[in-house]
Ligand binder design. Structure first.
Ligand SMILES: Cc1ncc(COP(=O)(O)O)c(C=O)c1O
Length: 461
């Protein structure tokens, strides 16, 4: 039963607690505390139902690249809804999907000329795995079905994407998952094995060669694809060491394995380029994307696919046996085009490239705090690893991490007016990925809030 005809903060709170189920959220945390209700956004800030302002240091959820409250993007969606609100991409096309596909293909590296739209990142990842399997079946290699991905990496939550995700805790309740997910090491140099701990390049070579070893162990004839983010998000922003992706590309070519660049976070300016693979100079066979393609003004995801992969589907009766009703939704496609117009008009990629050094330097000021082990990342995408002992890099045990992150840091940072993520899916980290419009004043605000809250956290340990 709904009581939402009563408006105002208190009735919203009551209805939120009674009727809404938050994602990946311990609902018991809100039995005695208010559910944070964000009611509007403007630029780099959002406001809650009581009018309090927060700096959106996570762009919502790595989404709001152009910032909040852009009327021209909202209006593009409204105009499209009035003209043609919906038509499927099953057998038909509509102008906005065609225009967006062409524009994305122009922006993408190399021959990634074909766009298959979805509504989300999980669906994009799921679609890439299905395409890899059907492509290999169609080209006489039906035994190739396995997918390699990195430890602690997040690639989504639908059953297929979850099989690729490398976070054991969020997989356990849903086992058995589709077979074929194989884990390889990630590029967390801060926690590198001793024999490569002093040499970033050697560490990268080792981590890439572990992919080759896994392919050989599994049998190359059984491996379809390797899924990698340009900068791995989960675990706290692991950029690739020099030469890592060049080596991975070589290995994939040697064994006929597809390289899927999962850019659900790293595309659309997060790393100062339209695609993260462009920043690090490698050519994927498939790019998966979502989030920043619309800056969240409507939901959209998809994959960009190389010419070679669509070839078996261009002649005769063969069909890629996959689709979803709302993929490439006209309103979302119109919004994505308007979003890309803002990128161009305001040179947002230029803004990220010009300011990323200052952003990093501002966050690195925090390394004078005893709790800050490392600041790492690239572009407008940083992780701050928290440690119990800087000299030994000792991390927090599960209980400490629970008290530190959920018990203190997450609510304290929010109360202090900063939206960011305190995450312990790997070792405890704070993650920042603000709108691409941010400048020094925003970096300073983030640093000041983090300094105050992290200092308090240290005094409570
Ligand atoms: C790298 C990566 N892949 C896939 C996904 C899943 O995207 P979605 O939540 O849109 O399904 C995410 C979500 O954060 C992601 O970061």
């Amino acid at each position: 039963m709904s009581e939402s005809d009563q408006t105002g903060p208190d009735s919203l709170q009551r209805a939120a607690k009674r009727n809404l189920w938050l994602h990946f959220t311990r609902m018991s945390a809100y039995r005695d505390a208010d559910v944070p209700v964000i009611v509007r956004g403007s630029g780099e800030y959002v406001y809650d139902q009581r009018g309090k302002r927060y700096l959106d240091g996570l762009a919502g959820l790595f989404v709001s690249q152009i910032g909040h409250g852009r009327a021209e993007v909202a209006q593009a969606g409204a105009r499209q809804a009035a003209e043609l609100a919906y038509f499927p991409l099953w057998s038909y096309a509509h102008p906005r999907a065609i225009e967006l596909a062409e524009r994305l293909a122009d922006l993408a590296p190399g021959d990634l000329n074909r766009v298959f739209f979805t509504t989300s990142g999980s669906e994009a990842v799921e679609s890439a795995w299905k395409l890899a399997k059907q492509y290999f079946a169609a080209t006489g290699q039906p035994g190739r079905y396995k997918v390699l991905s990195r430890a602690i990496a997040y690639h989504g939550t639908s059953m297929g994407a979850l099989a690729i995700t490398g976070l054991p805790d969020i997989k356990a309740p849903f086992e058995p998952l589709p077979p074929g997910g194989v884990r390889v090491p990630n590029t967390n140099f801060y926690r590198a094995p001793g024999f490569v701990a002093d040499d970033w390049t050697a560490f990268g070579r080792w981590a890439a060669d572990e992919i080759e070893r896994a392919i050989l162990r599994e049998g190359p004839e059984s491996v379809a694809a390797v899924f990698l983010e340009p900068v791995q998000n989960s675990g706290g922003c692991f950029p690739p060491p020099p030469g890592y992706f060049a080596r991975v590309r070589e290995i994939c070519d040697r064994y006929g394995v597809l390289l899927v660049s999962d850019e659900v976070i790293c595309a659309f300016g997060r790393l100062g380029h339209y695609f993260g693979s462009q920043r690090y100079g490698y050519q994927p066979d498939i790019i998966t994307f979502a989030k920043g393609v619309t800056s969240g003004y409507a939901p959209l995801g998809g994959m960009l696919v190389s010419d070679r992969l669509i070839e078996p589907f261009t002649e005769g009766p063969r069909t890629f046996l996959h689709g979803v009703t709302f993929a490439g939704h006209p309103v979302s496609a119109a919004v994505a085009l308007a979003n890309l117009d803002v990128f161009e008009k305001e040179d947002l990629l230029g803004n990220v490239r010009a300011n990323e050094g200052a952003f990093r330097a501002t966050l690195e000021r925090l390394t004078d705090l005893p709790i800050v082990g490392e600041v790492r990342g690239d572009g407008y995408f940083y992780g701050i690893e928290l440690v119990k002992d800087k000299a030994t890099r000792l991390t927090f045990d599960d209980d400490e991490s629970e008290r530190l992150l959920r018990g203190f840091l997450s609510p304290a940072l929010f109360d202090a007016g900063l939206i960011c993520r305190a995450d312990d899916r790997g070792d405890p980290v704070i993650q920042l990925a603000p709108p691409l419009t941010c400048t020094q004043a925003h970096f300073d605000e983030m640093e000041q809030i983090l300094r105050a809250v992290l200092s308090q956290a240290w005094s409570r340990i």
